[in-house]
Design a protein around this ligand. Structure first.
Ligand SMILES: Nc1ncnc2c1ncn2[C@@H]1O[C@H](COP(=O)(O)OP(=O)(O)OP(=O)(O)O)[C@@H](O)[C@H]1O
Ligand SMILES: [Mg+2]
Length: 290
């Protein structure tokens, strides 16, 4: 069952002006309920434009978007409550923090939903715990926090709305490797425990390899493919040709394949590579030494 569906979605910036630009071009796709979908593509391929349609921030130039089977722009009016049902975490969300305490910032969304104070408090504390935002931090100004901490506060604020679908636009941009891993781990565990549908936009095939169940690949505004992660990685050559970096480990396995050392699966994470090599050695009757 799909939760989000687009039908021939097209979006043109500056329509009718000399700056006209078709950013999303005739995209039809369906996103399944639950699980993590990655959206990848080269810079300017239309990823952010596409996902901003999912919560009604942009209105299609033509085509349709359905949430749970309902047209979100039926009769030209946006579906009521859509922004609470589909949460969007922008790139560098920390720049949108404006409340004077961490508590108020996380509470902002739930408050707009007109929840009562007890429920708001529950949600703030739950989201703060998930992100390792200690109670002592809740009364501090978010502006005193580090960049990574501010980002976690901003994401917690969207999660506190408990949307059915949550979209992250480049959630790890600008973070160091440890910060990246930590953001992805939180997203993963939140998705698994809440059953929420998660969409993550990224430039990095490497990051998506360990995170996404399915991947949408955008190329120059068009949908190149949308499939389960292993199937998408089986097109690694074509994806590299679009200017995206495939994981190093996938490149190593491509080279081995060219040397006629064939593994049964596509390999795109180091953990999976280890498993494949051990199986290969066992089949060969060799001793892996492990
Ligand atoms: N506000 C805007 N006005 C005019 N053109 C825009 C606007 N926003 C994006 N575009 C153009 O639309 C195309 C798609 O942009 P978009 O931001 O959706 O790509 P993206 O895949 O998210 O890129 P990135 O990886 O750099 O974030 C690009 O050519 C971009 O220059
Ligand atoms: Mg973008």
């Amino acid at each position: 069952m799909s939760i989000l569906k687009t039908e021939n979605l097209t979006y043109i910036y500056g329509s009718g002006t000399p700056f006209e630009r078709k950013a999303v071009d005739d995209v039809s796709l369906e996103i399944e309920k639950g699980g993590i979908t990655g959206v990848i593509g080269h810079t300017g391929s239309g990823k952010s434009t596409l996902i901003q349609h999912f919560n009604g921030l942009l209105k299609p130039s033509s085509g349709k978007i359905f949430l749970d089977g309902k047209d979100i722009w039926e009769n030209g009016k946006i579906m009521p409550g859509l922004r609470f049902r589909v949460g969007l975490v922008f790139q560098y969300p920390e720049y949108q923090i404006f409340e004077d305490t961490v508590y108020k910032d996380i509470a902002y969304g739930p408050k707009n939903m007109k929840l009562n104070d007890a429920e708001i408090k529950n949600r703030v504390l739950e989201a703060a715990d998930l992100f390792g935002i200690g109670r002592e931090m809740l009364n501090r100004s978010p502006f005193e926090l580090s960049g990574g901490q501010k980002r976690r506060v901003a994401i917690a604020g969207v999660m506190a709305m408990k949307p059915e679908v949550i979209i992250f636009d480049e959630p790890a941009a600008g973070l160091d490797p440890r910060g990246r891993r930590s953001v992805f781990e939180i997203i993963k565990s939140y998705c698994r425990s809440s059953g929420c549908t998660v969409i993550v936009v990224s430039h990095s095939m490497e990051d998506m390899a360990g995170l996404a169940d399915r991947i949408i690949v955008m190329n120059r505004g068009r949908l190149f493919c949308h499939d389960r992660t292993p199937e998408v990685f089986s097109k690694a050559d074509q994806i590299s040709a679009m200017g995206l970096d495939v994981p190093q480990i996938t490149k190593v396995f491509e080279l081995l394949r060219k040397e006629n050392i064939i593994f049964k699966d596509e390999v795109y994470t180091v953990d999976h590579a280890v498993k494949m090599i051990l199986e290969y050695l066992a089949e060969k009757g060799g001793d892996s030494g492990c």
